[in-house]
Design a protein around this ligand. Sequence first.
Ligand SMILES: N[C@@H](CCC(=O)N[C@@H](CS)C(=O)NCC(=O)O)C(=O)O
Length: 209
Amino acid sequence: MIEVFGDECSGNCLKVKWILEYLHRPFRWTQVDILRGETRTPEFLALNPASQVPVVVLEDGRRLAQSNAIVLYFCEGTPLVPSDPFDRARMLEWMFWEQYSHEPYLAVRRFQRLYLDRADAEIDPRLMERGTAALARMEAHLTDQRWLVGETLSAADVSLLPYTMLAPEGGFSLAEYPGVCSWIARASTALGIDAKPDGDGNGASDATS
Ligand SMILES: N[C@@H](CCC(=O)N[C@@H](CS)C(=O)NCC(=O)O)C(=O)O
């Protein structure tokens, strides 16, 4: 059986959990507590020298890290990866953007606020500034598009959903992004996830975190 090493407080790990559940792929979840330093133990470093979750161990023992690489691996050959090469590249464009221009701000601000208990004034203001720019970029696209790529759910939506949906826990208000809120509802429904972003930045979300 596929084994997933992850921490459910991590959006990167939720991507893996959600896609495996969506694709009805049985898996065993091993909880790795990042706050207790469990990614830094010799045993974990033998699994992933990058000391990060998520990591999956396939039935044949091969290991794979990096959430978007894992999502793409499981989505290959399904309708979640467009067959048209250009659309596939556009899907990857969003997934690379998520890792470089979205997650480093939205996820990091959420982590500092929610798990390190930092007051807003103690958090680098650039996280709010750049996270807001990322949400605005998504809103510009989703104002007249239902999905990030093409006419249906793709791996790009799976990649962008967790940290966008959890943005209120990082102090970001989603209220001014109606296109993003509609997309969160649409993508969550498609994936079978319960998501009710409150949009007011108070962190009251039904999301798993
Ligand atoms: N780019 C990586 C980021 C993974 C990552 O940052 N994992 C964090 C949790 S979200 C982690 O394991 N941190 C523990 C540590 O750095 O010791 C991915 O998408 O999988």
